[in-house]
Design a protein around this ligand. Sequence first.
Ligand SMILES: O=c1[nH]c(=O)c2[nH]c(=O)[nH]c2[nH]1
Length: 289
Amino acid sequence: MGIVLGDNRYGKAEVHLVRVDRGADRHGLTDVTVGVSLSGELADVHLRGDNSNVLTTDAQKNTVFAFAAEGVGQVEEFGLRLARHFVASQPAIRRAEVRLTEQPWDRIEGSDGPAPHSFARNGTCLRTARVRVTADAAEVVSGLTGLTLLNTTDSEFWGFATDRYTTLAETRDRILATAVDAQWRHLSSDADFGKSYPDVRRLLAAAFAETYSYSLQQTLYAMGERVLAAHPEIAEIRLSLPNKHHFLVDLSPHDVENTDTVYYAADRPYGLIEGTVTRDDVAPSMMDW
Ligand SMILES: O=c1[nH]c(=O)c2[nH]c(=O)[nH]c2[nH]1
C-alpha cells in the first residue's frame, strides 16, 4: 500500500477586471471576474518542491489583465484565448480551464437620453462561461446564474408520495418562484456565443412563464427542452432551480381575511431541484461542471 499524488490543478481565482472602452461619443464598460486553473506535469512541485514547471499564479493574473488590453468581447472567446495561450506557451501545462462571470451594467438614462459615460449595476443575473482547452480539444459551457423568476399562479403541487413525516398540504394554486442557475454545453467551440446567450436567457424565462406547472421538476424539463429545441448547436443544459417558497400568511388571529394576497417569502430552507436535459446522441462532456 502506498501514498500517491492524485488529481491536482492550480491557478489564480477571481481576477476581477473592469475594462473601459473609450469611444469618441460614449464609453463602454465590461466587468468580468476570471479564474484560471492549470494542470499537467506538476508532480515535481508537489513531491520534491521543484517549481520549474510552475507558471506563477501571479503571472496568470497578469496575463488576464494584459489580454484584456486587446479587448474582452464575448466571455467565452476571452476564456478560450487565455486557455489556448497557457497550453500553447507552457510545455508542462496540458490542460487549462478558465471560468468567467460577467456582471452586466446598464447605461444610465439621463434627462437628455442615454448618459455617455455613466452606468448602473444591473440586477442579480450574472452571465457565466467555462472553457477547457487541451492540445487537441476545446469545450465551452455558457451559463447564467441568479435569473430570478416568479409566477403568481398556474402552479399546482399535489399527488405526491406520503409517509409518517409528510405534513405538506396539497395545493391547486401556489406561487412558483426560482433563481435559475443554468449551464449549457456547446457542440463546437466556435459557436456564436453573443447571439445564443440572450436567446437562451429569453427562452428559459418564456418556458417558465408559459408552462402550467404541476411541479418545479416538470418546469425544469420544459425549460431545458425549449432551449435544446431552438438551439441545435447546444448539446445539453444543466439546471439548478431553488424552489423559493412563498407561504400564505395566516391572518385569522387578527380577524383579517387573506384572499390569497399576502405571502411570507421564506429564504431558507428551500427545495433544490436539479437536472440535465440532453440530446441522446452526443458524446459526454470532458469537463466537470
Ligand atoms: O415543485 C415541487 N417539487 C417538489 O419536489 C416539492 N417538494 C415540496 O415540499 N414542494 C415541492 N414542490
